[in-house]
Design a protein around this ligand. Structure first.
Ligand code: NAP
Length: 250
């Protein structure tokens, strides 16, 4: 039996990185998936074909999740395609790495818009249907930086700290409706987002700083999301799963 047999999952920011791996893994585990992207249409189209080769249904929807109207149209398209959403993965995110004093308010706004308002708008649109059906799993991508902060990451870390506190509070609120809300906090995993901080010649050294002595893989995050989406985690809500090679422990 596949873990997500017959379920419908919406993954935001699924054209690459963690979102892409998560959408593929969910499809392998039996889910139909709606993949959202903002600008990488070609990558999204390739992913649709890959999911369909697995025998699952998939639609790609272009939408900027930081825009309320586009976020609600994304959810409407998902429901029009597959009738419901069992699992929402709020994964789309952006990051600028810079000393705080050199960062512009426009850059703060861009991170706050996508990393904070993005999950808020999409969740706001998804919740009524989940409440009506009395079930759902919402998974928010935070970051290890949301726990411990990071030099040159002040505002990005702040957005992820928001996601953590918000996850816990919303989990308390919607738990009585049968809806679970959890977070995944990745760290030390190379994607397009952080390749400039972890260029290939820096990765071996970074790995030596981790208890597990190797960097992670986007699939490591996808497996954490799969667990939080599936029935196996039915007694978990308001939690954060840290996937970071052991770099933070508290
Ligand atoms: P990534 O490879 O840069 O991919 C980001 C994805 O988000 C892309 O598919 C991008 O779509 C999409 N996106 C960005 N802005 C969007 C918007 N306004 N509306 C819709 N989609 C948007 O990033 P990643 O490393 O996989 O990160 C995924 C999540 O994990 C993010 O929330 C990030 O903050 C978090 N995270 C990452 C790390 C890490 O080590 N990489 C660590 C901790 C947390 P387009 O390309 O189509 O624009």
């Amino acid at each position: 039996m596949m873990r997500l047999d017959g379920q419908v999952a919406l993954v935001t920011g699924a054209s690459k990185g963690f979102g892409r791996s998560t959408a593929l893994l969910f499809a392998q585990e039996g889910a139909d998936v709606i993949i959202n992207y903002r600008s990488s249409g070609e990558e999204a189209a390739k992913l649709v074909a890959e999911v369909e080769r697995l025998g699952r249904r998939c639609v790609a929807v272009q939408a900027d999740v930081s825009d309320e109207g586009q976020a609600s149209r994304l959810v409407e398209s998902a429901i029009a395609a597959f009738g419901r959403i069992d699992v929402l993965v709020n994964n789309a995110g952006v990051m600028e790495v810079k000393p705080f004093a050199e960062q512009t308010p426009a850059a703060w706004e861009a991170m706050i818009a996508v990393n904070i308002f993005g999950p808020l708008y999409v969740t706001r649109a998804v919740l009524p249907l989940m409440i009506e059906r009395g079930r759902g799993s919402i998974i928010n991508l935070a970051s290890q930086l949301g726990h411990v902060g990071g030099e040159n990451f002040a505002v990005y870390s702040g957005t992820k700290g928001f996601v953590l506190a918000y996850t816990k509070s919303l989990a308390r609120e919607v738990g009585p409706h049968g809806i679970r809300v959890n977070a995944v906090c990745p760290g030390s995993i190379v994607t397009d987002m952080n390749l400039s901080i972890f260029p290939p010649d820096r990765q071996a050294q970074k790995a030596q700083e981790l208890p597990l002595r190797h960097m992670g893989d986007p699939l490591d995050v996808a497996y954490a999301a799969l667990y939080l989406a599936a029935e196996e985690s039915k007694f978990m809500t308001g939690q954060c799963v840290d996937v970071n090679g052991g770099s933070t422990m508290a």
